[in-house]
Design a protein around this ligand. Structure first.
Ligand code: ADP
Length: 242
C-alpha cells in the first residue's frame, strides 16, 4: 500500500533542515500502524509525504504501486482524493451545518447527485455510530462525536488509507477511547490505518508501531522486549513520546 524507497525530505532553508532522513518502509493493506515521536521529530513531515501533500526530496514513494514522484500535480491531487482519507486533531467541521451536511459536502466535487450524497453520508455516519445524530450541529456534539463526524467525512470517499494526525489530541480519555475503538473496528473491517501521535498509550493501540526521533524512522518489532526486564514496545513508545 505504502512503500518508501529511500524516502527523505530536506527543507531547502537556508539553512537546510533534514526533517525526515532517508528510510525504507512498507505498510501493507489492512495494517494498523501508529507513528510516535516527540514534538519536532518529523511526524508531520512523514504525514505530509505519506498523504501526498509534500513530495520527498530524495527517494521514491509508491502508493498502491503507483510511483507518486512521476505524477503531475493534478494527478497527485486526484490520487490523494481517491485513496486517502484525512483525520486531524481539530475536527475542521462547519459549525452551522449538520453532521449529515458536513459529510455530504465532502463529496461536492464528485459527480454524485445530491440524493446519493445524502445516502452515502448517512451510511458513513451510521458506520461511525452516529445514526441518531444525522441532523445535529457540531456545536451540540461532544468532542468524540465531532471527531466521529470527521471520520465519517474521511470515509465517505471510500479511501483505501486513513491517515490520522493526533486524532485524540483534543479529547478526554473516554472520548479518545471511543474514537480509538472506532479506528480499531475500521481496521478489523480491512481499512489501512496510520495514526500519528505523541502519546505512548495511544501508540500502544497500533498493531505495528513506528518511532520517529530527529527525523529517523524506526520500527518497534512486535517481539522486542519481554518479561525478563528487557525493554518492551510500550517502554520504547513511551520513551519516544517524551
Ligand atoms: P513534528 O510533527 O514531529 O512536530 P515536524 O515534521 O513538524 O515535526 O518537523 C520536523 C523538523 O522539521 C523540525 O525540526 C522542524 O522545525 C522542521 N521543519 C518543519 N517544517 C519546516 C519548514 N517548512 N521549513 C524548515 N524546517 C521545517
Amino acid at each position: 500500500m505504502i512503500e518508501f524507497r529511500g524516502v527523505g525530505l530536506t527543507y531547502p532553508g537556508p539553512p537546510p533542515v533534514t526533517a525526515f532522513r532517508p528510510c525504507e518502509l512498507t505498510i501493507n493493506r489492512g495494517d494498523f500502524v501508529t507513528v510516535v515521536g516527540p514534538s519536532g521529530s518529523g511526524k508531520s513531515t512523514f504525514l505530509n509525504i505519506a498523504g501526498l501533500l509534500d513530495a520527498p526530496t530524495t527517494g521514491s514513494y509508491l502508493l498502491d504501486g503507483i510511483d507518486t514522484g512521476a505524477l503531475k500535480d493534478s494527478e497527485r491531487t486526484a490520487l490523494r482524493g481517491r485513496r486517502i482519507g484525512f483525520v486531524f486533531q481539530s475536527f475542521h467541521l462547519m459549525q452551522h451545518r449538520s453532521a449529515r451536511e458536513n459529510v455530504a459536502l465532502a463529496m461536492l466535487y464528485g459527480a454524485a447527485p445530491r440524493a446519493d450524497r445524502v445516502r452515502r453520508a448517512d451510511e458513513a455516519l451510521r458506520r461511525v455510530g452516529l445514526a441518531h445524530r444525522l441532523d445535529a450541529l457540531p456545536s451540540r456534539m461532544s468532542g468524540g462525536e465531532r471527531q466521529r463526524v470527521a471520520i465519517a467525512r474521511a470515509l465517505v470517499a471510500r479511501p483505501s488509507l486513513l491517515l490520522c494526525d493526533e486524532p485524540t489530541g483534543n479529547l478526554d480519555s473516554s472520548n479518545a477511547d471511543t474514537v480509538l475503538r472506532l479506528l480499531e473496528a475500521l481496521h478489523s473491517d480491512g481499512m489501512t490505518v496510520v495514526l500519528i501521535t505523541h502519546d505512548a498509550e495511544v501508540a500502544a493501540r497500533g498493531v505495528r508501531t513506528i518511532t520517529i526521533r530527529d527525523g529517523v524512522l524506526r520500527e518497534l518489532r512486535a517481539d522486542e522486549g519481554d518479561e525478563h526486564g528487557r525493554r518492551t514496545r510500550a517502554d520504547e513508545a513511551q520513551e519516544s513520546a517524551e
